[in-house]
Each structure stands twice: as C-alpha cells, then as structure tokens.
Design a protein around this ligand. Structure first.
Ligand code: SAM
Length: 428
C-alpha cells in the first residue's frame, strides 16, 4: 500500500438536471455506489437546498463519499475517498456516472502517501468502543434523508429512510409516498406534505366534523380533491345518503390505497360516488341546490388546485349548495402563504357576505408554520361556532373515538388571535 487513502475528485457534467435535484435519487445512488464497491456503509446524511440542489455524504467504514449538485448547471462535484485496498472507488465512480447520465473528468490522488508520512507510536488515552453493530454481519444503515416542504423563507423538514414507496409524475403533479422516522408514512405532492400517518386526523377531523355537526343532518355531500381518502373516512361516520368525491389525479387514490390503508379505508363504501376528474369543472356543471355540504380538500394554489382559490369556483359552489348549506375549504395559513389566506377569505366574503364567512385555525404539525386554517362559508345565517348541538357533538366525538375534534374545540377553533382578525379585517 503506497498511501493511506485513494481520493478521486470527480467533475460530473451534462447530467440529468431532474436527477441532480432529487434528494432521494441522489442519496440512493450514492449509498448503492458505496455498496457496489464493497464498502460498508455506516450512515448517510442528505439534504436538498433552496431553491435547488442537493448535498450529502455517505460515511463508510473505509471513509466517505460526498456530493454537492448544481442542477441548474447540470453539474455535480463528487468526492470518492477510500482508505485501505479493500474498496475500489472507481467502481463507485462507474455507478454514479450511469446514475447521473454524466460526462466527466476525474482525478485520482493518493492521500497520506507513505513516502511522506510515517506511523507514530500514537497510543490513544481512551480506546474507542467497538461499534455496537457488527459491520461484517450487515447492519441497519442510519440514513438521514430530509424531505423539505418550503417556500423561499420558511420550511418544514421530515427525516425519512431514503426508501421511496411510491413515486409517479403525471401531467398534474408528482405523487410520492415516503417513510419518515417521526411521522410514519406520508403522502407528498410535488414538494408539499399532504398528510402523514401520525397527524393526518388533525386535518381530516377538522375539515369534516365542524360543518357536519353544524348542518346537523347532511345527506348529500360533495368532496373536491381529498384523494388520500381521509375526509371521506370521517364523512362515512355519519348516516349520509351519498358522498360524491371528485379527485383529479387517480395516482393519489392508488398510492393512498396501497401505502396509507388506515386513511384510504372507505373507497369501497357503496355510498361513495368517486369521480376522477376536475372538481372545478364538476362544480361549474353541478345542478343548483344539490348539496348540503361541500368540502374542498385541495392542495396549495399551484397546478390543478389553482382554480380552487377563485371567485368563479366559489360562486359555483354557492349555486350548487342547498339553502342552509355549508362549504369548507383548506385555507392556507396566516403564517405561511398569508396572502392567499387573506385573499381567499375576502373572496368568500364577497360571495357569501361578511357575516356568513368564518375562519378556523388548527394545529397542522406537518405543514410549514404548523398553524393552518379552514375557511367556512354558509348559504344562510347559521354561525358554525354557535349554532350546533353541543351535547350531540360531544356524544358523537366520544362514540366515534375522535382523536382531535371535540365539542369545545369546535367553538374554540373559530376564536382567532387578534393579529389574524386584523389580517382578515374581522376586528369589528
Ligand atoms: N391536506 C392537503 C392539503 O392541505 O394540502 C390536501 C390533501 S388532498 C391529497 C389534495 C388533493 O386535491 C390532491 O389529491 C389533488 O390531486 C387534488 N386536487 C387538486 N386540484 C384538484 C382539482 N382541480 N380537482 C380535483 N382534485 C384536485
């Protein structure tokens, strides 16, 4: 052995930019590159950057592999460093070259040339403990891959295993199911967390029960979006006659059925009329006075969901509602996308009247800022925070084993912090 280590500096160019911007593909490729070369992987830590790019390192028993990507230049800087002779870093190089569909230039350096350095009689005071796992027998690699839902200033990140359970991109969006360490499996659309196994009921119970309890006897309900199935799961806790669900992307339904069965558990309900189509067009064509309750369980105002934040859409919702009917929609947050939050509120007030629009806040612990809103508009004079049967709501929450919604929270959720009232112009 002429040197303690071999260090290959690689310039990958002309790479596939989408690949260079995908933290899970990069992490998986780097871990595989180490394993294929016979290295023993100890852990991996990978993160994607704003607005793009990925950086990460795979620590191996034989040293490390590191990468930083510039998708906008289709370029990746890679370091392959191995000590000893057991691992050939060029094998890792070949694997990454294929994975990134790259051109390259590469330079190998001997590190710690034994012509230059001599071993000293270093006797460490404390001999480090043997690792708690036997590397030769295969062990659980500690993989730290971060999924980040963010805008240019704020973010929420979940550490996940690096395994991608579902990943499909279609004309509407990219749909993924990933497995996080802290919140179980989660559904992501593009780079947004839609729901996680651990806290999904916060959202699904609050977008359903306050309006259903306020209506008191809803029989015909329309759900726009809601492809994960959590909202219809809550709705079928009621004795409804019919639930029509209009979801634009069948991949969301399929991914949820396959990987989130506790959420997507009511898709075979005989009272469900599931339509794969555009909810905006559906509401436009809907007969007047059809629905008791309309639940708009849509994603953020991008892509197919953009139209779910327009006056035209809510005018059509009002038309499709029976008198006394209620529409509720996920309303973004006073602390994240606050512009959309206020605009939507004012849009609803313009259509239903200021006195008929009511905003709830709840804890959405895996949405950026953690504070999220649901905006309710009533085709009539009922006030959802007051005009509901509290005892009936308490009994329902008890009997159905609800974990978030209860009769006190029903009222409290409509009590807004002063700064939010000011934002919405609800101080009067
Ligand atoms: N809780 C999530 C949130 O607050 O962001 C929403 C979850 S749910 C999965 C959102 C669903 O709305 C997605 O499945 C998406 O495909 C669907 N969607 C978006 N735009 C739509 C449209 N125009 N018509 C019907 N469904 C739509």
């Amino acid at each position: 052995m002429k040197a303690l280590g071999r260090h290959i500096l690689v310039e990958f160019s002309g790479c596939n930019a989408e690949v260079l911007n995908d933290v899970s593909i990069i992490e998986r490729s780097m871990v595989e590159a180490a394993q294929i070369a016979g290295a023993t992987v100890i852990n991996s830590t990978f993160h994607h950057f704003s607005p793009w790019g990925v950086s990460g390192v795979v620590v191996i028993q034989e040293s490390h592999l590191a990468i930083h990507t510039w998708p906008e230049y289709r370029y990746a800087a890679v370091d392959l460093f191995t000590c000893g002779d057991s691992v050939d870093p060029w094998v890792s190089f070949e694997h990454l070259k294929k994975a990134f569909q790259a051109n390259y230039s590469a330079l190998e350096m001997n590190r710690g040339s034994l012509h230059v350095i001599q071993k000293s009689d270093f006797q460490p005071k404390i001999m480090r403990e043997k690792p708690s796992f036997d590397l030769s027998k295969g062990h659980q690699i500690d993989r730290n891959v971060w999924f980040t839902d963010k805008d240019e200033n704020q973010a929420l990140s979940l550490r996940y295993t690096g395994d991608v359970l579902f990943d499909e991109t279609n004309p509407f969006q990219r749909v993924r199911v990933l497995d996080s360490y802290s919140h179980g499996k989660f559904l992501a659309i593009n780079n947004m967390v839609m729901c996680t196994e651990r806290d999904e009921y916060h959202y699904h119970e609050m977008i359903t029960h306050p309006v259903m309890q306020t209506h008191g006897n809803a029989k015909n309900v329309l759900v726009i979006g809601g492809g994960d199935g959590g909202t219809i799961r809550e709705l079928f806790k009621y004795n409804v006659d019919n639930v029509t669900m209009v979801e634009i992307d069948e991949a969301v339904v399929r991914a949820s059925k396959e990987h989130l069965p506790k959420i997507a558990c009511e898709f075979n309900n005989p009272k469900l009329n599931l339509i794969i189509g555009d909810g905006i067009q559906f509401v436009k064509d809907a007969p007047a006075n059809s629905y008791d309750v309309i639940i708009v369980d849509g994603s953020d105002p991008v892509g197919p969901a953009k139209g779910l934040f327009t006056a035209e859409f809510y005018n059509n919702c009002k038309n499709a509602l029976k008198d006394g009917g209620l529409v509720i929609t996920q309303g973004e947050s006073p602390m994240f996308h606050e512009g959309t939050f206020v605009e939507l509120n004012h849009c609803l007030k313009g259509i239903f009247g200021k006195q008929s629009v009511h905003t709830m806040l709840f804890h959405a612990t895996t949405y950026p800022s953690g504070m999220w809103s649901l905006q309710v508009a009533v085709k009539g004079s009922k006030h959802p925070a007051k005009d509901f049967n509290k005892d009936q709501a308490a009994k329902f929450a008890q009997d159905k084993g609800l974990k978030y919604y209860n009769e006190d929270l029903h009222t409290a959720a409509f009590s807004l912090p002063t700064f939010v009232k000011t934002m919405l112009g609800d101080n009067a």
